[in-house]
Structure formats: structure tokens, C-alpha cells
Design a protein around this ligand. Structure first.
Ligand SMILES: *Cc1c(COP(=O)(O)O)cnc(C)c1O
Length: 388
């Protein structure tokens, strides 16, 4: 589905776009000419580099940042009869994987400030069937790892960090991925680095990594020239060498990309502090410039003060040549989840935020002037639609 053409005189400013340099493009051409285009030496090289970035922990790459979480659940032995605690404010992948392995998602409402799972509410949601927590670092803002792991340790739960959005973020100076239990990262084109599609899983032991390799490819274990054994049901989740070569060209830039994102996030705060913008009553994200990788810059519209809804705000921004996004609708209100018993009112904080959250353009190759343009357009639209 393509969006309607916009009549603005200025070039369209997308919500995001990947930054891929010419060296990487040439490298991809080399892989394509090499005679080996699916999983091979580039996958191995990317895994080694990612492991280095994650403090030497075992890392394996996959063809999404969704199967990584499903595989982590399987490695942890989580399935039928088990419950997994997570947030209703995420990409639906986060809870779909829980259903996929036959377990039950247990949603916990969010903290309205961080927009991440409310750690104060987790313990009340734990039952004898609870096996794991999947926290999400929305927009790259890390969930409090000290408190998270204190709960997990006390209640003997596994943690699968959905760090799809927080690669390059840190918790109190410790890079996400270098510590903790399972850490799942996505390399979708909208994320801070990409392999087109893809993701990686950081694990604790080589034994877990071996199991992950089996789940990744039909459960197969090879030995010698002709040995093959299959003991578990695996899927088809391997990353191609072409994609891995893209990742090898991206990873060295991750910290620089994140620095640019942080610079533009700061600019958003500056522009939004101007009196006309401030008067709008927008909900802003925490102004964290030391831990967050600024995967996204998201405002929450003040629905009680506006005569138009979010879709109309987005339409008017689009007409002004500005792309925006919604990350995300509340998971528990999707038809699938309603059929499983959830309903409006179950998680009122998440529901209000999810109805009104709006992601503004933020990517390394935008400009300071783009930020000014976005805030000016948003201010103009919202000012014109205030309830009297
Ligand atoms: C992107 C994302 C995923 C999954 O990513 P894919 O690589 O597209 O499968 C999971 N969780 C969150 C929070 C994400 O943003």
C-alpha cells in the first residue's frame, strides 16, 4: 500500500531510512560474485564481530529479530502450561513468540514516564506457571536492569531481553548485550543497524549457542564429511551471507549512527521547549542522553486538548511532506488477543499512550533543519486544533 502523494514543495522527509555506504554496497557485490551467497564465511565473521561488541558472549545471527526470541524461549524449555510476562506496548512480535511456543503471555501495564513495562507491577503478575519475563527497551530506552534482574533472580525466572530497538544503548555504562540472560536484537531496516532482515541472539553458554544453531536449521547437526543427525524440531531461520555482509558494513558505524540520533533527539527537545511548542502539552520521552541509542523520538498527543485524532495529525504532517509512524497499537487489543480474552480497560496506561503515541522522523542522515521543520509543522497543526 503506498501513501498518497504529498503536495509539499519540500522533499519528503521519511520517518527513517537506513544508511548504507558504498564500501558495503561493493562488498555485497563481491559476495554475490563469490559463488557462496547463503550462510557461510560472512555469517561467521558477523557473529565474531557481534560477540566482540557484546563482551565476548556467544552470539548467533538469524533471519529476524523475532525468531531469536522464539528460539530463546525454546532453549529455556518454555512452552505449554507456562506463562511469560511482557508489555502490551511493543511490536506484536514480542508476544506472538510466546503464543508460538504454546505459552501464555501475561501483560503488565507500562510506566507512563519510560513507556516500558512497569517493574513495580511485575511481582503481582507472577504465578507458579511463570517462567520468564520479556522486557522491551522501547525507542532504545533501557529497562532498569538492576531491578529487572533482582526480580528475575528472586523469583527464579529467565529473562529474554527484547533489545530489538536498544542495540548500542547501555545500562549505567554497561552496554546492552554484554550482560544479563538472553538478549535479542533486530536488524530490520528501521533499526539502528540493518542486515535488511535479520537479528541476533546473545546467549550465556556455548551449549545454548549449539542448541540455537539446531533450532536455526531443521535441528541438523553435522559431523565429518558425511555425518548428519537430527534430534529436535528446528526451523529455517538462517541469515544469508549477502545479508551478513551488509551487517559487517554496518556494525563499525553503530556508535556513530547512535551519536547522530542522539544529536537530533537533543535538537527535538530544544525545539519543543520553545513557548509555542511547549504550550501544546505534548508528552515527551525521558531526556536521557547517556544510556539511550535514540532508536525513535516519540511524543504522546494530548487527546483531551485536541479536536482531531492522531490519524488526522499524521495525514496533515504527510501533506506537509513529513513521514510519521505509530509504534505501537496496544497488543492486547488486536483481534487475536481479544479472542484470547483481553479487552479495553485491562491496561489503561498503555492504552492511552498507544492511542496517542506518534513517532517523529529520526535517522542519522537527516539534518538539524529537518528537526526544526517537523516541530514547526506539528506546532502549526496542533495549535490550529485546540479545544476551546
Ligand atoms: C523490530 C522489533 C522486533 C522484531 O524484529 P524483526 O527483525 O522485524 O523480526 C521485535 N520487537 C521489537 C520491540 C521490535 O521493535
Amino acid at each position: 500500500m503506498s501513501a498518497p502523494a504529498h503536495p509539499s514543495a519540500q522533499p519528503f522527509l521519511p520517518l527513517t531510512r537506513p544508511t548504507i555506504d558504498e564500501e558495503t554496497i561493493a562488498g555485497v557485490a563481491d559476495v554475490l560474485r563469490s559463488g557462496w551467497i547463503t550462510s557461510g564465511p560472512n555469517v561467521k565473521a558477523l557473529e565474531a564481530k557481534l560477540s566482540e561488541y557484546c563482551g565476548g558472549r556467544p552470539v548467533r545471527v538469524f533471519n529476524s529479530g523475532t525468531c531469536t526470541m522464539e528460539i530463546a524461549l525454546r532453549i529455556a524449555g518454555i512452552g505449554e502450561g507456562h506463562e511469560v510476562i511482557t508489555t502490551p506496548l511493543s511490536w506484536v512480535a514480542t508476544s506472538n513468540v510466546i503464543l508460538e511456543v504454546g505459552a501464555k503471555p501475561v501483560f503488565v501495564d507500562i510506566d507512563p514516564v519510560t513507556r516500558n513495562i512497569d517493574l513495580d507491577r511485575i511481582e503481582a503478575a507472577i504465578t507458579p506457571a511463570t517462567r520468564a519475563i520479556i522486557p522491551v527497551d522501547l525507542a532504545g530506552l533501557p529497562v532498569d536492569r538492576d531491578r529487572l534482574y533482582a526480580i528475575a533472580k528472586k523469583r527464579n525466572l529467565r529473562v529474554i531481553e527484547d533489545a530489538a530497538q536498544s542495540f548500542g544503548s547501555n545500562w549505567r555504562g554497561r552496554r546492552i548485550g554484554t550482560f544479563g540472560d538472553f538478549v535479542s536484537v533486530s536488524f530490520h531496516p528501521n533499526k539502528n543497524i540493518t542486515t535488511i532482515e535479520g537479528g541476533c541472539l546473545v546467549m550465556n553458554t556455548e551449549a545454548e549457542a549449539k542448541l540455537a544453531e539446531q533450532y536455526r536449521l531443521q535441528g541438523v547437526v553435522r559431523s565429518g564429511f558425511d555425518g548428519m543427525e537430527v534430534e529436535i524440531v528446528g526451523g529455517k531461520f538462517n541469515l544469508t551471507d549477502v545479508a551478513a555482509r551488509v551487517g559487517l558494513g554496518q556494525l563499525p558505524h553503530l556508535d556513530a549512527f547512535n551519536a547522530k540520533r542522539t544529536e537530533f533527539a537533543r535538537a527535538y527537545f530544544e525545539e519543543l521547549a520553545a513557548p509555542a511548542a511547549r504550550a501544546l502539552g505534548l508528552g515527551l520521552p525521558p531526556a536521557d542522553f547517556s544510556q539511550t541509542n535514540w532508536h525513535m523520538f516519540q511524543v504522546v498527543l494530548p487527546e483531551e486538548r485536541l479536536t482531531i485524532k492522531r490519524a488526522e495529525v499524521m495525514a496533515q504532517l504527510h501533506a506537509a511532506g513529513i513521514g510519521t509512524g505509530v509504534h505501537y497499537p496496544a497488543i492486547h487489543l488486536f483481534a487475536l488477543y481479544r479472542r484470547l480474552g483481553w479487552k479495553e480497560g485491562d491496561f489503561p496506561i498503555a492504552e492511552r499512550v498507544c492511542r496517542n503515541i506518534l513517532t517523529l522522523p529520526l535517522f542519522p542522515t537527516m539534518t538539524r533543519a529537518d528537526v526544526t521543520r517537523v516541530v514547526a509543522a506539528l506546532t502549526k497543526i496542533l495549535s490550529a486544533h485546540q479545544k476551546s
